[in-house]
Design a protein around this ligand. Structure first.
Ligand code: 9PG
Length: 474
């Protein structure tokens, strides 16, 4: 375990940390503060790495893959894994009197790790992050503009609602590339190929009319999950990741109950995953949002115990990529970040946006900034700006509507400004018929991709405001 002792007063230092998956918190904070640990134990699986939770002690900060310490003059130290395919890299910075101790622990086979002292932390973070991306052959495609059904229709989505929005978008010449159907179309969690009763159709019937309207059809899947009432779970209980006692391990609580994950060390599971993405690709979906991917990376008992968590995850994702083909655009979500480089085109880099700015009671009192809010989404995505070298970042949707939203005008403006800084994928979920003229104008502005066709550094995009961010005032 590499370890470094730095002769710097902890009170002088801010620390840049990132949780391992899309929804986990990432932030830049004074080292002497306390990294929050969610009070609700079930959030430890859904938003964090249960094998590497924050310690909860003041002056101790944990981070996955990359960690940076910044002095007031902008100099400091940066550590970064330079490969991350089969290994999780765990960093810890710890205040010790007038020194700081940093340790790096690998969960998985050895990988090359960089550690540098630098006069310019931001530039060094960018450079090391780019090396990691290059080692893993990051995909950095052109940004897409996506309409997604989730943040207004949620699970009540219908085939007609998506088509009505697509028709209106065409009529108003809104510049979307993709129309993406989210959660709510399927018979059950895991039974993706059969329609749910209320959806009013079958997901395979959507691509033709969407393509006729000139949009690329997109589909949401949580391909590593199975609900307890699903046919997938009933037919293949032996395919599930297990707990120490031998029964299927619940890997989270959503959809009204616990849910389970597939064990991606089983060859028959990999076959199923390949077949799944090949099937939906065959229905006419060249854009897939692959969600809740963390399920395959959790600690648990696997069929092949010789395959570690990071490696099990990666081979599951590889199977999804193989089935989908190279020409399908894959967006990862709820996914281990560094372990996905090279296999996904884009990645959600924060928790969900919601039509409200902040959920303070959950964030501050319950220690959980992984819940849906505009603040959590943009704050976390911004704190991962350097990951643009790994994939196209997805900071989640803009909310332009005034109706059915608690966001004020200023908050909508701030959300748009920060989404613009993060760059990457542009998305909206507003029911288009709900938008008045200023709302439509705001939506059009949010779909303008102002970022140049090369990655932008934080310093470039924020200009003078970079000190505001690095001082941790946001
Ligand atoms: C569909 C949604 C949308 C959304 C995704 C994801 O921790 N949680 O319980 C949790 C539940 C849902 C969630 C994120 C976290 O949202 O990010 O865009 O696709 O699933 O169910």
């Amino acid at each position: 375990m590499p370890e470094w002792t730095l002769n710097v007063s902890p009170a002088q230092v801010r620390v840049l940390v990132s949780g391992y998956q899309s929804w986990s918190e990432a932030e830049l904070r004074p080292l002497t503060e306390r990294q929050a640990v969610p009070l609700m134990p079930w959030r430890h699986q859904q938003g964090h790495d249960p094998a590497f939770l924050p310690s909860g002690e003041a002056g101790v900060w944990r981070s996955h893959t990359l960690l940076a310490l910044i002095r007031p003059d902008g100099g400091g130290w940066v550590g970064c894994a330079l490969d991350a395919t089969r290994t999780f890299t765990h960093w810890e910075a710890c205040a010790r009197g007038e020194q700081v101790r940093v340790t790096c622990t690998l969960e998985g086979p050895p990988v090359e790790v960089a550690w540098e002292e630098t006069a310019d932390v931001i530039a060094t973070v960018e450079r090391l992050s780019a090396r990691l991306g290059a080692n893993m052959h990051a995909r950095t495609p052109a940004p897409l503009r996506v309409w997604c059904s989730w943040y207004s229709y949620y699970r009540d989505v219908t085939l007609d609602a998506v088509l009505d929005n697509a028709r209106l978008a065409r009529e108003l010449t809104l510049p979307f590339d993709v129309f993406q159907l989210d959660d709510g179309f399927q018979a059950d969690l895991g039974d993706w190929l059969e329609p749910g009763a209320h959806f009013g159709g079958h997901a395979r019937d959507l691509p033709a009319p969407l393509s006729d309207l000139g949009f690329t059809p997109g589909l949401w899947l949580a391909p590593f999950l199975a609900g307890p009432t699903s046919r997938l779970f009933r037919d293949h209980p032996d395919w599930m990741l297990r707990g120490e006692g031998g029964s299927p391990l619940p890997v989270g609580h959503n959809w009204g109950g616990p849910y389970f994950a597939l064990d991606t060390t089983r060859p028959e599971v990999l076959d199923w995953l390949r077949e799944l993405t090949a099937t939906v690709r065959g229905w006419g979906y060249p854009y897939l949002k692959l969600d809740f991917l963390y399920g395959a990376a959790l600690p648990g008992v696997r069929h092949n115990p010789g395959v570690g968590r990071a490696q099990a995850y990666r081979q599951g994702l590889q199977a999804l990529r193989d089935g989908a083909g190279e020409d399908t655009f894959l967006l990862g979500c709820g996914a281990p970040l560094a372990s996905s480089i090279g296999l996904v085109d884009a990645m959600r880099t924060g928790p969900d946006v919601a039509p409200l700015w902040d959920d303070e009671s959950r964030r501050l009192w319950l220690g959980d900034a992984t819940g849906p809010s505009a603040r959590n989404a943009v704050h976390t995505a911004l704190s991962r700006w350097y990951q643009h070298a790994w994939y196209q970042p997805d900071p989640d949707v803009m909310i332009a509507r005034r109706e059915r939203s608690l966001l004020g005008d200023e908050e909508r403006g701030t959300l748009l400004g920060l989404l613009d800084v993060v760059g990457g994928l542009r998305a909206s979920s507003d029911p288009i018929a709900l938008l008045d003229a200023p709302g439509l104008d705001l939506l059009r502005r949010s779909l303008e991709i102002s970022a140049p066709d090369r990655p932008v550094t934080l310093a470039e995009s924020l200009g003078g405001a970079v000190t505001h961010f690095t001082r941790g005032t946001f």
